[in-house]
Ligand binder design. Structure first.
Ligand SMILES: CC(C)(COP(=O)(O)OP(=O)(O)OC[C@H]1O[C@@H](n2cnc3c(N)ncnc32)[C@H](O)[C@@H]1OP(=O)(O)O)[C@@H](O)C(=O)NCCC(=O)NCCS
Length: 210
């Protein structure tokens, strides 16, 4: 291997272990270890793949999300995690593993959809539902999006029958913006969704619809 290739390999290997990500356009770093009262949000590691497949392989989880396929194929979690460094390097997505007492229990992140706006997403393993985990993680990610990534606004959407997710978004200050349809990998078709928005400027939120 040529020395330059070896350096590139070494950098790739290191990037997966670094506690920060570089924002090329702004020439600054963002911290990738986020803390809340009970949770640690951190970059995924290859050894999370088995738990991702097991928890996200639950139909009750997959059916409410946009991208999780069902059944969850072998190797898909490994491939998804392997793409995270490149997604962050492109500032396209910032996926976080959620740890509760050092145990992996779900995922949350912000990513760019079709437009420039960042969109919030999350799923929690079923054994941990109803304990305020999604709300705690989502609140921390709104702060990450506004303060670290300096987004002006954050979008989110949930399937119309996902009352729990609507509740999470409202508890985080999001407001219902409009309705539409969105692709669901698990359903293999577009499904009706509610779209929500949260602005960095509280004054803009106050002036919008509830
Ligand atoms: C939706 C989801 C993220 C919620 O996670 P969670 O950690 O249980 O959420 P929280 O405990 O923070 O809050 C849930 C809220 O919804 C409420 N809720 C739960 N089920 C509900 C239902 N069927 N109807 C009405 N409210 C409901 C809870 O009471 C709670 O609100 P409260 O604090 O006012 O009582 C979780 O169920 C999940 O991962 N589901 C599958 C994937 C998914 O839906 N991802 C989001 C895609 S938009």
């Amino acid at each position: 291997m040529a020395p330059s290739e070896a350096r590139t390999e070494l950098w790739r290997e290191m990037a997966g272990h670094l506690p920060f990500s570089f924002l090329p356009a702004e020439g600054r770093l963002v911290n990738l270890y986020l803390r809340t009262e009970r949770l640690t949000l951190r970059p995924f590691r290859p050894d999370d793949a088995r738990a991702v497949q097991s928890l996200a392989g639950n139909w009750k989880v997959a059916r409410m999300t946009r991208r999780i396929p069902h059944p969850y194929p072998d190797g898909a979690a490994e491939a998804w995690i392997a793409g995270h460094d490149a997604a962050r390097a492109d500032t396209a997505a910032y996926p976080f593993a959620i740890d509760l007492a050092a145990e992996f229990i779900g995922a949350a992140g912000v990513s760019r959809g079709t437009g420039l706006d960042l969109e919030l997403g999350y799923w929690i393993g079923e054994p941990w539902w109803g304990k305020g985990i999604a709300t705690e993680a989502a609140r921390r990610l709104t702060k990450f999006a506004f303060e670290d990534l300096r987004a002006d606004r954050l979008l989110a959407r949930h399937h119309v029958d996902n009352t729990a997710s609507g509740r999470v978004l409202r508890k985080c200050g999001f407001r219902h913006a409009n309705d539409g349809y969105s692709w669901s990998a698990a359903h293999g078709k577009d499904v009706p969704v509610r779209q929500f928005v949260l602005n960095r400027d509280p004054a803009v939120n106050e002036s919008g619809p509830r």
